[in-house]
Write a protein that binds this ligand. Structure first.
Ligand code: G4P
Length: 291
């Protein structure tokens, strides 16, 4: 790792702990109230967008993983991730919460994940008690968008339930599922510097605290590895091994200049990151499962 890479890593790690403990405490409380944990991951980074604390937090709960923003990710790679998480015994579906694609399947998957609880209830003579679900995930993964899309127009807010769920809002999705209105925010976790970088690429960490040029050079490295045509198709430049040179070529092509005709690499970097985040470079997955 270069010294600059180490600097990027250091900035990210210093930024993390304060928010984490509060968010985690809130989730620990909320999780007690629910039957099934729906974990939203960013389909472009299904490893880095997953906080490993969830395994502990959601112990003894039914589990569902949703690979959200699937419209932005490489479909073949998303299928690999789906198989991977299914091989760990977790039910998985893929969604585009913005368009609503894939949302319908979520209801069935929740029922499937909770089938033992439903069966237990049935044996005890409890019929049609809705399962209680909670959405959780890191910031910007699409929790609010997902809840809006999943809950749709047909749902009703059930309000507080004295004694049991004090202060909590539930959304009655249908006769089978109730959803906790407040999503569980899991702060990302990254001892591994690549995880921090990947979170920054997709915009789950604010740019102001990062060096954008360093970030975009790292993104170019990754794109060169997995999607060698993505950059030259977008910017019409010849492929290069030298990643800094690629950034300079992007700056030239897009007229990113400072006074005195000096290339403005920060501007070119922001442009590249924005293009990636807006899917202008195509459907891209930055991580593969190690099967
Ligand atoms: P959060 O609650 O987890 O923090 O995330 P939120 O729902 O606010 O979503 C973060 C951004 O991701 C929003 O974009 C949202 O539209 C977008 N998003 C969520 N799910 C999907 C998806 O499946 N596909 C795509 N392509 N985008 C998704 P934004 O730019 O912040 O807002 P907006 O301009 O879209 O309103």
């Amino acid at each position: 790792m270069s010294n600059e890479d180490k600097n990027v890593q250091k900035t990210i790690i210093n930024w993390y702990p304060g928010h984490m403990s509060k968010a985690k405490r809130m989730m620990q409380e909320d999780i007690k109230l629910i039957d099934v944990v729906i974990e939203l991951l960013d389909a472009r980074i299904p490893y880095s967008s997953r906080n490993p604390d969830i395994d502990n937090l959601a112990k003894n709960k039914s589990r569902v993983i949703i690979l959200n923003k699937a419209d932005m990710a490489d479909k073949n790679v998303t299928a690999m991730w789906k198989s991977y998480y299914e091989s760990l015994g977790i039910l998985v579906c893929t969604t585009n919460s913005k368009s609503g694609n894939g949302i319908k399947a979520v209801n069935d998957i929740i029922r499937e994940a909770c089938k033992e609880k439903i069966e237990r209830d049935r044996k005890r003579g409890i019929l049609n008690r809705p399962v209680r679900a909670m959405i959780c995930g890191i910031p910007n993964v699409g929790k609010s968008t997902f809840i809006n899309s999943f809950a749709g127009k047909a749902c009703t807010k059930t309000g507080n339930k004295p004694g049991v769920t004090k202060g909590k809002q539930w959304i009655r999705l249908n006769k089978n599922v109730e959803l906790l209105d407040t999503p569980g925010i899991l702060w990302p976790k990254f001892e591994d510097p690549d995880v921090g970088l990947h979170l920054a690429f997709v915009g789950s960490i604010r740019d102001e605290i990062l060096n954008v040029t360093e970030l975009s050079i790292n993104l170019i490295k990754l794109l060169n590895n997995y999607y060698p045509d993505a950059i030259n198709e977008r910017y019409n430049i010849e492929l290069e091994d030298d990643t800094v040179k690629i950034l300079q070529l992007i700056a030239e092509k897009r007229g990113c200049k400072l006074k005195g005709n000096v290339l403005d690499l920060d501007k070119a970097s922001t442009l590249l990151l924005d293009d990636f985040r807006n899917s202008k470079l195509g459907e891209i997955s930055l991580e593969r499962p190690s099967l």
